[in-house]
Design a protein around this ligand. Structure first.
Ligand code: SAH
Length: 214
């Protein structure tokens, strides 16, 4: 299956019906072919609104969840963004269309290597991918205007809160990994942090340390 006009139309229709309404987000998702981030047997299902397995026992998120999380970041095109949980690289690729610069980290070296290859193929030159434990953020590149975490922690990790610029926004799932989690948005103000709850979600857990294969 290819991401032709018909597939794009259905893909965007499904996104809209799930509440992804921001035009710039829909355009980015129409442009970036999710099929490039899914390999093997599951390529056939790349344009369905469902999470799919990727190597290292991880998952590429459901497109509508990618859309809603991206929308919640309220990007203008000028931001420096950190994504924790590169996975397939799909979410980072969407962010690259809507922000100035994207840093993305994963604890699996193999996933980072494969994502980098796809970024090169698609000529997405404003993404830098690292193998790192993202719960510590990326102190050398901080502060960030936006932070997106695509693995669930019980609470927002302290280093990530600290690396968010004043006026910045972080979107992340919180809650126990085997239960339904809540997607929350944290806005850093002069006085502290404001929290609002967006919707229930289900993500793989944020795990400490680099993976053994790394
Ligand atoms: N955003 C991805 C999906 C992420 S799945 C996509 O678009 O495909 C969650 C990812 O978080 C997994 O790849 C997992 O390896 C990674 N992860 C879990 N804990 C982590 C940690 N502490 N630091 C960095 N990455 C982590």
């Amino acid at each position: 299956m290819s991401f032709d006009a018909e597939a794009k139309m259905q893909f965007v229709f499904a996104l809209r019906s799930q509440g992804v309404t921001e035009q710039s987000v829909l355009q980015a998702m129409e442009k970036i072919d999710r099929g490039a981030f899914v390999t093997g047997y599951f390529t056939e299902r790349a344009y369905e609104d469902m999470p799919l397995p990727i190597p290292c026992g991880q998952t590429i998120s459901q497109p509508s969840v990618v859309g809603l999380m991206t929308q919640a970041l309220q990007l203008s095109g000028r931001e420096k963004v950190l994504e924790v949980g590169t996975g397939s690289g799909y979410q980072a690729a969407i962010l690259s269309q809507l922000a100035r610069r994207v840093y993305t980290v994963d604890r699996h070296r193999r996933l980072v290597a494969e994502a980098r290859r796809v970024f090169d193929t698609l000529d997405l030159s404003n993404i830098t991918a690292f193998t790192a434990d993202g719960s510590f953020g990326l102190p050398d590149q901080a502060p960030f205007d936006r932070i997106l975490v695509t693995a669930a922690a019980e609470d927002p990790p302290g280093p990530l809160l600290a690396q968010l610029r004043i006026g910045g926004i972080m979107v992340l799932p919180v809650g126990q990994s085997d239960a339904v989690q809540r997607l929350i948005r944290v806005t850093r103000t002069e006085q502290g942090y404001d929290y609002d709850e967006l919707r229930p979600v289900r993500f793989v857990p944020l795990v400490e340390g680099l993976a053994k294969d790394s």
